[in-house]
Structure formats: structure tokens, C-alpha cells
Design a protein around this ligand. Sequence first.
Ligand code: SF4
Ligand code: ZN
Ligand code: ZN
Length: 285
Amino acid sequence: MQCAYCTEKAVMNTPPRCKNHFVELFEKTAHETIKEFNLIQEGQTLCVAASGGKDSLALLEVLHTQYPVEALCVDEGIAGYRDTSIRDLQAYCTEKSIPLRIVSFADLGSKSLDELNPTHPCSTCGVLRRKALLQYSTKYDLIATGHNLDDEAQTILMNILRNQRQLLSRIGPKTPAQQGIAARIKPFYLIPEKEIRAYCLLKQITTNFSECPNVVKSFRWRVGEELNELERKQPGTKKNIVTAFLNKHYVREEHKRCEQHFCRRCGMPASNELCRACTLITIGS
Ligand code: SF4
Ligand SMILES: [Zn+2]
Ligand SMILES: [Zn+2]
């Protein structure tokens, strides 16, 4: 198949694109998302939540040529997995001269995820990761994450299936700043996961594509599998879920309604007196 924009051979379809045009359009989509949703304003300081996986390395690659970025990594303590990805991240940041800070669950006063060994590792991990990211990014205006179209479609569906209305406030390309906590932005919001994988391969970014060993225990994984099946039978499903939601002013209303309480102990957004992270740390210690 030939590229729709030149005479080169296509490496991706819908629409057919050669290597150069794929990379060009990928980066253009991310930058247009930034513009359309006004994710980054001039002079704002920016930190990328980076793990060394494909999404965060692709995000650093797209952003670092246009903005002065720093990287913040949370080491959950997952032996045989996170240590490998952190090595890829350190190598990448050294090569591109990007300042990198690594924090661990111990910095929050918690045991590592392996030591905690919870029944539902992803729920515990998610709560503590989020806390670490928010807590250590307060000196920046913005924290950019590698969340992609697949992640967002999964999150929307998970929240609907579990009727977790309060989590809807985290949906959308931007979560506003509040009480000294950096605003969170998702420049890959409209980019499918498979395109991020292809981008890393074509740009020869060194990253281990393997997934966390805990992922198969998560609800997100099951929802993701179902969504992939739906997407296979009906292409465009994931994008339709995300754009349908984006258009709902319901999400904006939820933003106003939710996250207006703050944890008594650490000051992070909370729905009870203590945030979920402080509750977990108290129980786990
Ligand atoms: S798959 Fe689960 S345990 Fe592994 S890094 Fe992601 S949230 Fe944490
Ligand atoms: Zn081309
Ligand atoms: Zn707290």
C-alpha cells in the first residue's frame, strides 16, 4: 500500500502513511490537542510523569523539542519490571539532557508495592502513585501524563460500570490546578495506544514493551480486553466513547462538584477526611 501523502510505502493504515508521514502526523495530533484544549500556556513550567514505558517516553520525545520539560518518575517497587523501565528512562533523559527525579513509595512513608502485596495491586498502586505525582510536582504549573485514547476510553467505561461518579472529574484532557497542586494534562488524549507503540519503534526509542505483571489482575485490563474486541468488530468505538464524553458538559459539572475537599493530613484532594493514600499508608505501616 502506498502512503496517502507521498509515493513511499505505507507502514500504517487508516489513512495509509509512510514512516515520515506517520511520525509527522503523530506529533501534529499531539500539538493540535495541546492547542485545541489550551493545555500549555506560554511560560508555564512543565513536568512529565515518566515511567520509562512507551507512553511516557513518546511524550517526552514529542514535548522536549518544543518546551523545557523535566521528568518525574514514581518507583512503586515492582521487582523485575519497574527497575528495567527506570533504566530505559534514565538512559533517555541522559541522552536528551532532561532533568529526572525519581521518588518511591518509601518517600511517602509507605512500604513498596511488592512489600505491601495487596489483593488488588492496581488500586493500591494507583492511589499511591497519584499521591506521589501530585505531592512532588507542586513546584510546576503542569504535569503531563502519557494517557492515551485507549486509557481514557477504559476509564470512562470503568467509571460507568462501577457507577463511580466522583472519578469522572479526572476525565478530560485537562484537570485544573487546585490548592497548589499542578494541573494535569494529557497531550495523547486522542492518540490510540497502537500508534504510540509504532511511534516508539519508528523513532527507535529504547523501551521495554512488556507490561507490569500485575496488570492482568486489574479491572482495567478486563475492560481493555472487551474494548479491543469491540474496536475490532466496530472500528472507531474507542474514539466514539471518548468524544461522546468530551462533549457532555456533565463532565465539566462534575469537575466543579468533585475534589473540593482536601485531606486533613497531607492537603491533597480527598473525598473523606483522609485521602485514600493516607488511609492506605496508615493501615500498611
Ligand atoms: S499495572 Fe497495576 S500494579 Fe502495575 S504499575 Fe500499573 S497500576 Fe501499578
Ligand atoms: Zn508519505
Ligand atoms: Zn492525605
